[in-house]
Design a protein around this ligand. Structure first.
Ligand SMILES: NC(=O)c1ccc[n+]([C@@H]2O[C@H](COP(=O)([O-])OP(=O)(O)OC[C@H]3O[C@@H](n4cnc5c(N)ncnc54)[C@H](OP(=O)(O)O)[C@@H]3O)[C@@H](O)[C@H]2O)c1
Length: 361
C-alpha cells in the first residue's frame, strides 16, 4: 500500500511555491479506482488582480475530503461545478484577504470557503463559494479547513439533525478515526452521553479512538465485524453512524434494536469499487421500526453560525479535542488526498500550504 504513496513523493519532489506566482493543481486525467500521480497536473500562472467588487485571497490551509475524487472523475460533484480535465481541483480552505475591492470584505481578514487547489484566488465572494469569516473564538486558523469547516458541519448535522442521539444510546460508528468520525465519537460520548463503539483500521487507530470518545474499538482490518459486534453489543445498537457503507452497513442493520436510527454519512468502502454494493437486508428497518436517514452537508449551511458556536464552545469546554492531520506544503496536496484512501490520516486531513506558523495550527 505504501508504494503508491512513494510515487506521490516523487510527484512533489521538484515542486515548490513562493509568493511570486499562483500555483495550482489541476485535473490531468479522470481517476479510475484510486487516485494516482498522473491524475494531477501542476500549473503556474500569474497572480490575478481583483476587479471592482472582487477580492484577492491568499491560501493558507486546504482541507481534503473523499468527495474530491468524485470531483476529479466528473461524477457526484456534490453541489460544485463539474470539473473537466485542465480545471483547478475544488477544495475548501482558509485564506487571507490580501487585496479588496469588495465593500463587505476587508484586507487582512481571514476567511474560509471554496478556494480550489491554488495558492491565490480572485473571488466575488458569491454564495456558491460559501465564504465565512474565521476563526470563531480566537481558535487556530487551521481549524477552518476541517473541524470548524465543512467536516465539523457534517459531523454536527449527521449526529444531531439526523441521528437524534439520546443519553445511554449504544452507538456504533464506522470511520471513527477519520475527520467526521473523530468528531462524532467525541460529541456523542462527551456532549450527549452515548456509549460509542468505534471501528477503525489497525491497532494504532483503535487506541486513538478509545482516547477520543469510544469506549470500545473494532479493528475492522484484523477482526471479524459481526463477531465483534455480537460480543460488544449483544442486545444490538440504538444508533449506527455510517461512514463506510458496504458489508459494514449490512452487519449493523442485522443488529438494530427497536426504534433505532441509522445515519448515512458516507460509503468510502464503496467509492473505488467497479460495481455498486447491493444492500441485501434493508427490510431490517421495517422489522425494527428504524429510521435511516442520509444527509448532504451543503443542505445544512443555514445553521452554520449556530453549529460553529456549538463546536467552538465544546472545544473550549474540553468536550471536543480538535484533531487535524496536517500535511506540510502545497506540493503534497495529491499525496494528502491519496492518504484518505490509504487510511493514513488520523482526524481531519488538511494541508498547510506554506508551512504556516505553529500557533495557526
Ligand atoms: N454526507 C455528507 O454530506 C458528507 C460530508 C462529509 C463527508 N462525508 C463522507 O463521510 C465519510 C468520512 O469522511 P471524512 O472526510 O471524515 O473522511 P475520513 O474519514 O477522514 O477519511 C477516510 C477514512 O476512511 C477510512 N477508509 C478508507 N478506505 C476504507 C475502506 N475501504 N473501508 C473502511 N474504511 C475506509 C480510512 O480510515 P481507516 O484507516 O480507519 O480505514 C480513512 O482514513 C466519507 O465517506 C465521506 O465521503 C459525507
Amino acid at each position: 500500500m505504501t508504494d503508491g504513496l512513494q510515487e506521490f513523493d516523487a510527484l512533489a519532489a521538484d515542486k515548490r511555491i513562493d509568493d511570486g506566482a499562483n500555483y495550482q493543481w489541476r485535473v490531468a486525467a479522470r481517476p479510475v479506482g484510486n487516485v494516482v500521480p498522473t491524475d494531477f497536473e501542476w500549473a503556474v500562472t500569474d497572480i490575478p488582480e481583483p476587479g471592482a467588487g472582487e477580492v484577492l485571497l491568499k491560501t493558507h490551509y486546504l482541507g481534503l475530503a473523499p468527495v474530491m475524487r468524485f470531483y476529479m472523475q466528473g461524477t457526484g460533484a456534490a453541489g460544485e461545478r463539474v470539473l473537466e480535465p485542465g480545471d483547478v481541483i475544488h477544495g475548501r480552505g482558509v485564506a487571507q484577504v490580501v487585496k479588496s475591492r469588495h465593500p463587505d470584505w476587508r484586507e487582512g481578514e481571514m476567511v474560509q470557503g471554496q478556494m480550489g487547489w491554488q495558492t491565490y484566488k480572485v473571488s466575488k465572494m458569491t454564495d456558491q463559494e460559501k465564504f465565512w469569516r474565521m476563526p470563531p473564538n480566537d481558535l487556530p486558523a487551521a481549524l477552518g479547513s476541517g473541524v470548524l469547516g465543512m467536516t465539523g458541519l457534517s459531523a454536527h448535522a449527521g449526529l444531531f439533525a439526523c441521528g437524534d442521539p439520546r443519553p445511554d444510546d449504544i452507538m456504533v460508528l464506522s470511520g471513527a478515526a477519520g475527520g467526521v468520525g473523530s468528531m462524532v465519537s467525541q460529541m456523542a460520548a462527551n456532549v450527549v452521553g452515548c456509549e460509542v463503539i468505534g471501528m477503525a483500521g489497525g491497532a494504532e487507530k483503535c487506541a486513538f479512538i478509545k482516547e477520543h470518545g469510544c469506549s470500545n474499538a473494532i479493528d475492522y482490518k484484523s477482526e471479524n465485524i459481526p463477531d465483534r459486534l455480537d460480543a460488544l453489543c449483544p442486545d444490538g445498537m440504538d444508533l449506527y453512524f455510517d461512514n463506510v457503507g458496504g458489508e459494514t452497513l449490512e452487519a449493523c442493520l442485522e443488529r438494530l434494536r427497536l426504534h433505532s436510527r441509522v445515519v448515512l454519512c458516507g460509503s468510502i468502502s464503496e467509492y473505488t469499487r467497479d460495481e455498486p454494493f447491493r444492500l441485501s437486508n434493508y427490510t431490517r428497518l421495517r422489522a425494527t421500526e428504524t429510521r435511516m436517514q442520509g444527509f448532504f452537508v451543503y443542505n445544512h449551511v443555514d445553521r452554520w453560525d449556530a453549529v460553529m458556536e456549538d463546536l467552538a464552545g465544546w472545544i473550549h469546554d474540553g468536550k471536543l479535542e480538535p484533531v487535524q492531520d496536517i500535511e506540510q506544503g502545497f506540493q503534497n496536496m495529491p499525496r494528502a488526498l491519496a492518504n484518505l484512501y490509504y487510511g493514513r490520516n488520523v482526524g481531519v486531513q488538511c494541508c498547510s500550504v506554506r508551512g504556516e506558523p505553529e500557533e495557526w495550527n
